[in-house]
Every structure is written in C-alpha cells, then in structure tokens.
Design a protein around this ligand. Structure first.
Ligand SMILES: Nc1ncnc2c1ncn2[C@@H]1O[C@H](COP(=O)(O)OP(=O)(O)O)[C@@H](O)[C@H]1O
Ligand SMILES: O=C(O)C1=C[C@@H](OP(=O)(O)O)[C@@H](O)[C@H](O)C1
Ligand SMILES: [Mg+2]
Length: 171
C-alpha cells in the first residue's frame, strides 16, 4: 500500500513549496492541508483565523487529516499540525513524516515577504514570535520519522534531499 509523504515543520521552512517540487520530482499528487482548508471554507487562511479563530481552524485541520486515506501523495501540512496529540494518530495512519528542519534565521529570511499570510506572525516583533514558536514546537517536530536539513538548499535541491532521504528510509 502506498503511503503519503508528509512534510512537517515551521512556517517558512518550505513545506508547501518543497512539497510541490517533490510531487513533481516523484510524479505524486500534491496536497496541502492549508489549501484543502481554503477550498473547504471558501476563504484564505488569514480570513479563516479572523472569522472563526485558531481553535476552529485547528478543528478543521484535524478533520481534514481524518478525511484523507493513505495513498501516493505528498502532503504538506500547516506548521501547527503537530500541536494536537490526536493529529499524530492520523499522521501515523497516513504515512511517513518528514521534518523540514530550518533555523530561525532561514525562516525569518524566507518569511520576510510572505508573513502577511501568516496570522500568528501579525505582531511587531515577529522574528521573536518565530523563535518562541520554534522553541515550543521543536520537540514535537522531532517526533517525525525522518529529519531533513533545509537551511542551505534551494527548492529543487530541497526536494531532491527529501526524495533521497525517503528512498534511503524505505529501501
Ligand atoms: N529552500 C528554499 N529556498 C528558497 N526559498 C524558499 C525555500 N523554501 C521556501 N522558500 C520560500 O519561502 C517562502 C515560504 O515557503 P513555504 O513553502 O510557503 O513554507 P511553509 O509551507 O513551510 O510555510 C516562500 O516564499 C518560498 O518560495
Ligand atoms: O504554524 C502554524 O501554526 C500555522 C502555519 C501555517 O501554515 P505554513 O506552515 O504552511 O505557513 C498555517 O497553517 C497557519 O497560518 C498556522
Ligand atoms: Mg505552507
């Protein structure tokens, strides 16, 4: 049975963009829990947070995981998917988890242009928020089956690195 390849990690680590490149490289379908949520609710993520709040956003995240079946897809997740214990049961059911490990410096560089789309970073000292969230979550990300360092790679090399790690792990 084919299992999903599931990307975990902080906002800005590259789950959505490396995930898309990995899907192309491997010929797999690409799914992203944030995109599935936007389609489901017909609104962009910042509006979903604004209208329903984070707790309802997290409920939908869990329900989206529950609605999926294991298959040959690359699944990018939102950075907070690791927070709910019940999500881990679904992640393990769906496939292999890969932590995209990026430093605070890399993340803040990458988010400088796209932080507007991240409701949790709408604070003045947003790099400090990135640092504290990473501190809170690091141990959860480390539960992933595989860790891939993505500080020093572009999208193509990042996708290749994840692909190689997966082939090594499943050989
Ligand atoms: N390895 C990388 N090299 C260069 N830019 C990257 C890399 N990974 C992500 N980016 C850029 O960083 C931003 C955030 O990436 P994204 O894939 O949305 O991260 P995530 O889904 O983990 O929050 C995007 O503008 C993306 O193009
Ligand atoms: O880290 C988080 O809690 C979040 C990450 C976002 O996805 P990305 O990790 O793709 O930016 C998105 O799900 C939402 O803004 C919350
Ligand atoms: Mg994303």
């Amino acid at each position: 049975m084919d299992r999903c390849w599931i990307l975990l990690g902080m906002m800005g680590a590259g789950k959505s963009s490396i995930g898309r490149a990995l899907a192309e490289l491997s010929g797999r379908e690409f799914l992203d829990t944030d995109l599935l949520m936007q389609t489901r609710l017909g609104r962009p993520i910042p509006q979903i947070f604004q209208i329903y709040g984070e707790s309802t956003f997290r409920d939908h995240e869990t329900s989206i995981l529950r609605s999926l079946e294991p298959h040959a897809a690359v699944l990018a997740t939102g950075g907070g998917i690791v927070l709910r214990e019940e999500n881990w049961k679904e992640l393990r059911r769906l496939g292999i988890t890969i932590f995209l490990d990026a430093s605070v410096e890399t993340i803040t560089d990458r988010l400088a242009r796209s932080k507007k789309k991240r409701p949790l970073l709408q604070v003045e000292d947003w790099p400090e928020r990135v640092e504290s969230l990473l501190e809170q979550r690091r141990e959860l990300y480390r539960r992933a089956d595989i860790t891939v360092a993505v500080d020093d790679v572009d999208l193509e090399l990042g996708a290749q690195r994840v692909y190689d790690a997966l082939l090594g792990a499943t050989a």
